[in-house]
Design a protein around this ligand. Structure first.
Ligand code: NAP
Length: 250
């Protein structure tokens, strides 16, 4: 038996998990919804650092680590790469290409939270789409601003912040309506790449609005890197041969 550990947290990872049979393990941090309809085993929560991940890989006889985590989940990627070096279990990664600005786009790149705050200082209605991070700054919102923060779950806001709990993918019309109702004048985003959350960038483009893009973290080298799910699935099928990727027998 050849066993795959798939590290997930993205829609692409779920696409791969749906193609894995019961021998394989899909691992999630536990931030998003848990899929209940998969043939492979699903485990949730941290492993306990490099040591815990190494112990898991050895105990479960994992033969291949597939890192399909979010591009900003760099710690998990670093741990996977470190454990691969310690155990000689190969690590492959799905690394989505970043979005690229198009002609006329006013994007500026920010390296950290303080530089984002500097960049948005001239604006009044920032729309935050970074996840939960801005929630830690709710008491520091300047009087000239009202923040809209979109993250996975709704939280109470305050007089200067509206917090919207929503999970992608997001439609173009839905994003247009959000920008209008929230009077968005600047968008703050991660450079996640992919189609699921790209519509907000189109709306910013249509309205000539600036975008502050949080720089991607550096990710560790891996044995093989893929930019799309179909080439990764082909490689997984070849690696598993003569076993099938999806084995229906219980
Ligand atoms: P992280 O900083 O890379 O990971 C922190 C810890 O969470 C890891 O060290 C690991 O704990 C655990 N973890 C992460 N992914 C895991 C997985 N697939 N299976 C098991 N454990 C996992 O990532 P993060 O703190 O979750 O998020 C960092 C950034 O990525 C945030 O900006 C977040 O919004 C974005 N993001 C993350 C996810 C996600 O599913 N993680 C999804 C979308 C966006 P141990 O060290 O204990 O093993």
């Amino acid at each position: 038996m050849k066993r795959i550990l798939l590290l997930g947290g993205t829609g692409d990872a779920l696409t791969i998990a749906r193609r894995l049979g019961h021998d394989h393990v899909y691992s999630l941090a536990g931030l998003g919804r848990l899929p209940g309809d998969l043939a492979c085993s699903v485990r949730v929560g941290g492993f306990g650092g490099v040591e815990g991940l190494q112990a898991f890989i050895e105990a479960q006889s994992i033969g291949l680590i597939v890192d399909a985590t979010h591009p900003y989940a760099a710690q998990m990627s670093r741990h996977a790469s470190a454990v691969s070096a310690l155990t000689s279990v190969p690590c492959w990664a799905l690394r989505r290409a970043p979005w690229q600005p198009q002609s006329g786009d006013a994007w500026c790149e920010a390296t950290d939270f303080p530089s984002i705050l500097d960049s948005i200082a001239p604006y009044h209605h920032p729309l935050w789409t970074l996840g939960r991070e801005p929630l830690a700054y709710l008491d520091e919102i300047p009087p000239s601003q009202h923040w809209t923060i979109r993250c996975l779950d709704a939280y109470p806001g305050n007089a200067r912040a509206t917090i919207i709990g929503a999970r992608g993918p997001f439609s173009l019309d839905g994003e247009r309506a959000l920008f209008t109702t929230q009077q968005t004048d600047v968008l703050i985003s991660k450079n996640s790449g992919g189609a699921a959350t790209e519509a907000k960038l189109r709306v910013a483009r249509e309205r000539d609005l600036p975008v502050v893009m949080l720089q991607r973290p550096r990710l560790p080298p891996v044995e093989r890197e893929f930019s799309d799910t179909s080439s990764l699935l082909d490689a997984l099928a070849a690696w598993l041969d003569p076993y099938p990727l999806f084995d229906k027998t219980p």
